[in-house]
Design a protein around this ligand. Structure first.
Ligand code: NAD
Ligand code: DAU
Length: 342
């Protein structure tokens, strides 16, 4: 493809995806559309600032006029929609921005894409749209949607909108649904970067409930490889699941991080549980493996060590985030929980 447009490229997964695209397809032009919310960070792609094939546009995907103008001007062959409010805990505090960006923003992109006509639209979705698993079983692409949080329900709503555009307008979309990502540039509100940076500062690690909830961890670059495969080899109207085949309870993950960092397990503080906390996510990615020739390449043991090393060598990046809005959020999210549980 000569030109693609990525939304949310200044966030965690989007920035990793753009860097990978620049390496894989040097001839391809990339337009990055990002509103720069609290989670968007220009520093994440500072290395591409001088790259003539890379163009940044600070635009809200809900801004219909600005999006349409940009699409008409740039005429990308594909749109990949990473832009989203992405943190479950924030969606429990206020679901408004989630409905706005994740649902309305997706609708604006779909309408704009229809108007210019393009080869492919990729909706970056999540395994959380399937709801929660018990101790057994896996999510497949045919598992019924049963989202449990305001975040996941807004993502499921967007998926249904995409599905309806495929059905009604022959719109050339695919949907990807991935499990929990880890790796460099993840905002330190999510479990792994929050716990690494807190432990490095000898601060407590707030494990929700008893820490028995299970997540299926995948390195962000393996997810990005899957999205690239869905973009280039995926069949219109199809959904592709990606997972890391690496399930851990939150407590097991916390112990791994503490041990690799050489810290004390006394840093663990069990706090009040997340309301509606999904027990377990686990992905069956047979379809992506068979139809796209994709499989995760980065062993967890190597990926998690590299991630810790990245955070250890990017303390400035973390410290610049841990100010103003971030500190306010941490206070809102954790202060009451800590006090209640002592
Ligand atoms: P993130 O929060 O790190 O980044 C989101 C980016 O979107 C930020 O750069 C932000 O500025 C931008 N953005 C938010 N609202 C916008 C708007 N209205 N207009 C334009 N830009 C806007 O999120 P992430 O973890 O990188 O997730 C990216 C996508 O992948 C999301 O759609 C998320 O649902 C999905 N996903 C994430 C994971 C995960 O484990 N992090 C797993 C599966 C799927
Ligand atoms: O499964 C994919 C999803 O993974 C993505 O769609 C979301 O965008 C992404 O944020 C992530 O959602 P989770 O809610 O699973 O991720 P989070 O890092 O917030 O939490 C992981 C687990 O750790 C979850 O069971 C809640 C728990 N947790 C989290 C935090 C922040 C804690 O115990 N303590 C914490 O302080």
């Amino acid at each position: 493809m000569k030109s693609i447009l990525v939304t949310g490229g200044c966030g965690f997964i989007g920035s990793n995806f753009i860097r990978m695209q620049r390496e894989l397809y040097p001839e391809q032009t990339i337009h990055n559309v990002d509103k720069l919310t609290y989670a968007g960070n220009l520093e994440n792609l500072a290395d591409l600032e001088e790259d003539p094939q890379y163009h940044f546009h600070q635009i809200d995907i809900c801004d219909r006029t600005a999006i349409l103008d940009l699409l008409k001007q740039t005429k990308p062959e594909a749109i990949l929609n990473f832009a989203a409010e992405s943190h479950v805990d924030r969606s429990i505090i206020d679901s408004g921005p989630f409905v706005q960006t994740n649902v309305i923003g997706t609708q604006v992109l779909l309408d704009g894409a229809r108007e210019i006509g393009l080869e492919r639209y990729v909706q970056i979705s999540t395994d959380e749209v399937y709801g929660s698993l018990g101790q057994e079983g896996y999510f497949t692409e045919t598992t019924p949607l049963a989202p449990n949080s305001p975040y996941s329900s807004s993502k499921a709503a967007a998926d249904l909108l995409v599905r309806s555009y495929v059905h009604t307008f022959d719109f050339p979309a695919v949907i990807t649904r991935c499990s929990n990502n880890y790796g460099p540039y993840q905002f330190p509100e999510k479990l792994i970067p929050l716990f690494i940076s807190n432990a490095m500062e000898e601060k407590s690690l707030p494990v929700y409930g008893t820490g028995e909830n299970v997540r299926d961890w995948i390195h962000v670059l393996d997810h990005c490889r899957g999205i690239d495969a869905a973009l280039r080899k995926g069949k219109i109207g199809e959904v592709y699941n990606f997972g890391g085949h690496h399930e851990l309870t939150n407590l097991e993950m916390t112990h791994i991080l503490i041990d690799l960092l050489g810290k004390s397990r006394d840093l663990i503080t069990f706090v009040q549980d997340r309301p509606g906390h999904d027990l377990r996510y686990a992905i069956d990615s047979t379809k992506a493996e068979t139809d796209l020739g994709w499989s995760p390449q980065i062993p967890f043991e190597q990926g998690i060590r590299d991630t810790i090393t990245w955070y250890q060598s990017h303390t400035d990046w973390v410290q610049r985030i841990k100010t103003g809005e971030y500190m306010q959020y941490i206070e809102t999210q954790y202060a009451g929980r800590m006090k209640k549980d002592g």
